[in-house]
Design a protein around this ligand. Structure first.
Ligand code: SF4
Length: 345
């Protein structure tokens, strides 16, 4: 049921021989009243509720575990119907409450610094499994969120059909009515889908996980770079901006002695200038099995100053929740490492 956009649901309802306004009623129960099962849709005639039950899966997510860090970051582990796990991270910062959404079970791209990539790829998430992360979190904490970022497990542009549907349901006035500017899609540089991103025609934010400014280093850190080298990514990003896309952000994980030199900062400033992008620096947070080190605060500050002196808007994102394995893919990875597919007890 939650796999359908409003337009798709209206077509489905009409195909069932029902009047189109029933689609608005159903969306109202799903996304405004947040009903948990078809029987609760009491404004709908019973025969229609029975038809819905027979023809459409409700598509709810099961919360399996939850861990909070003293800094307020909370990691939610969801068990999917096929026993796979995904994770969703809630990050409070001042008045902002950001949710980091997963788009795939695992990831194909095996970035050297990322837990998700180490465990390989299982499957794409359905739109309902993406939307479900938002619904369960908002219901659990009892309030709406302020920012929705596709930066959890998976590469969202590699599952664009389903991520796009989820974004449309999130943004639709009949759905969750979340403003497009509060939604961010972060890509490792899956250039094939940039054209589709342009076609979305919604003012969502796009960020590129860059992490290296030479193909030589990026090939090593992010194997996706062998397929889509830097110049291709930057060229596709320029075309996206020319087509009317919003300003981009470059995400850059600073890894001690690997990509934190001032030459790297110069290369990053040059790309940021080309894209008129701002830069978000993140100090590397240790991932089990990866032999990288976190830079010192002084090194992060020096790198930031260097960018700012070159008039590049720069923020430093604190690596939150390290004590609860809040780096991308770590909690689900722990379950996988144990070889368990935990069921609720
Ligand atoms: S950083 Fe993103 S693209 Fe790279 S392995 Fe992790 S989830 Fe995949």
């Amino acid at each position: 049921m939650r796999d359908l956009t409003f337009e798709e649901l209206r077509a489905k309802v009409e195909a069932m021989g029902e009047r189109p306004f029933r689609a608005a009623q159903i969306f109202d129960w799903l996304y405004k009243k947040r009903a948990a099962k078809f029987e609760e849709f009491i404004s709908l005639p019973k025969p229609l509720r029975e038809k819905l039950t027979a023809q459409l899966a409700f598509g709810a997510l099961e919360l399996d575990d939850k861990r909070s860090s003293p800094d307020g970051t909370t990691k939610y582990l969801f068990r999917l119907r096929d026993g796979e796990h995904i994770e969703t991270v809630l990050i409070p910062a001042g008045s902002r409450l950001t949710v980091c959404l997963s788009s795939q079970v695992g990831c194909k791209f095996a970035c050297a610094f990322c837990a998700s990539g180490r465990h390989g790829f299982k499957r794409n998430l359905a739109p309902s499994e993406i939307i479900g992360q938002v619904l369960v979190l908002e219901t659990t904490i009892g309030r709406g969120l302020t920012n929705y970022v596709f930066m959890g497990m998976g590469e969202p542009l590699d599952n664009w059909t389903n991520v796009e549907k989820a974004i449309r349901i999130m943004n639709a006035p009949e759905g969750l009515a979340i403003a497009a500017r509060r939604i961010t899609v972060s890509t490792a540089g899956f250039v094939d889908a940039f054209k589709q991103l342009e076609a979305l025609d919604l003012q969502i934010n796009v960020s590129i996980s860059l992490h290296a400014v030479s193909d030589r280093l990026r090939d090593r850190l992010m194997p996706i770079n062998r397929r889509f080298p830097l110049e291709k990514i930057v060229g596709a990003a320029e075309a996206y901006i020319r087509s009317g896309g919003r300003m981009m952000t470059l995400e850059y994980i600073l890894i001690r002695g690997v990509n934190d030199s001032l030459d790297d900062a110069d290369g990053l400033a040059a790309i940021a200038w080309r894209l008129r992008a701002k830069v978000n620096l993140i100090a590397y947070s240790p991932v089990e099995g990866a032999a990288f080190e976190t830079p010192s605060e002084a090194d992060v500050a020096r790198f930031r100053r260097w960018l700012e002196e070159r008039k590049v808007g720069t923020t430093v994102r604190l690596s939150k929740g390290a004590d609860i394995a809040a780096a991308c893919g770590q909690l689900a990875g722990q379950f996988k490492d144990k070889g368990t597919s935990r069921s609720k007890g």
